[in-house]
Design a protein around this ligand. Sequence first.
Ligand SMILES: Cc1ncc(COP(=O)(O)O)c(C=O)c1O
Length: 436
Amino acid sequence: MEAAGARSRDARGRAEKSPPERKVYMDYNATTPLEPEVIEAMTEAMREAWGNPSSSYPAGRKAKEIINTARENLAKMIGGQPQDVIFTSGGTESNNLVIQSMVKHFHKVHTANGDTGGHPSPVDRALPHIITCTVEHDSIRLPLEHLGEERVAEVTFVHVSKVNGQVEAEDILAAVRPATCLVTIMLANNETGVVMPVPEISRRVRALNQKRAAGGLPGVLVHTDAAQALGKRRVDVRDLGVDFLTIVGHKFYGPRIGALYVRGLGEHTPLYPMLFGGGQERNFRPGTENTPMIAGLGKAAELVAENCEAYEAHMQGVRDYLEERLVAEFGKRMHLNSQFPGAERLPNTCNFSIRGPQLQGRAVLAQCRMLLASVGAACHSDLGDRPSPVLLSCGVPFDVARNAIRLSVGRSSTRAEVDLVVQDLKQAVTRLEGQA
Ligand SMILES: Cc1ncc(COP(=O)(O)O)c(C=O)c1O
């Protein structure tokens, strides 16, 4: 027997499929679809610029031009110089590259026979020390834990404030040691949307570096993983004051590659490659360039540079409406996990819990008919019903964190979709509580 409603018969008795149920995507922090202009740019590059960008005949020259334009567009998006941008496979590679590079640089300059002009270094025999915080993405946390376990580097994970979800510049500075070479702090958190005080951290680290230079201590460089901030709020490397910045295309309607910004690449700031090969990207990241993906990334960056304020205003309007509707519908049972006093946050992210013993985030989402969302970072999807370590770090109580759901809206999200989602959540809660 066919499931009721799955098929009906048309006037001639032919089986007709019922229209697919409407779905509402609110997981734009996990990934975004490609903008049509991005698909066009990629398709054109596949057709017209298939040559090797190092070749001098037209198909190769066209590819080179596309790559150069994309690099300029990325630089414009972040207020940097095109020669300071290199293309990578994505955020994970960019983050690993910064960390590995700083460790190699420290060993080259400061270990016994290092490049200190014949003088013994005050941090001789010390391991390079890196500072980060407890709510970073796994592509920062795991390489750092790995280096610590292998005894190649020492790492301090600074706790974020349980009051506002931010890491405090004061706590970062207090963690600095003689052998500290890198501070890496994300620009905005993927689960809560909280924006970190990166400009203040950079300013204070720069001031400290002047004193350290006098004592022959290594300069501390600052990296920020801007994966979640780009395309949602203005990002400018001059205001941020950072030495490195990670760019991830698929978070701003671009393809699944990325880039790394390095201030004064190879001149002011060292970068040691992880890969060795054919010399592309000035040897910093060799391998024949992926022209179509780079073309798409450049187009996505151009759209952000031109429209970021409009995207931000739209997303904030929809997200604020979502939070209003959630509170109106669920009243005191609604806990907004990402509204911290005094902390700025991304305009699109809403992390909330509906209180109740059967209402774990995963269970609620499984009962939703339309809503497509997640309980937190995609890379933590193996946590089962254990609450997100990020939310616990931010002071969200255990029982509330267990029920967390992360909704993140995008450029095309609407208030009508919000209404559908809130109704969907309501029926999911009724069903779960009816089962008790
Ligand atoms: C904050 C942050 N950094 C880095 C990444 C890694 O990007 P990718 O998985 O595309 O390498 C992500 C993606 O989820 C992210 O949210």
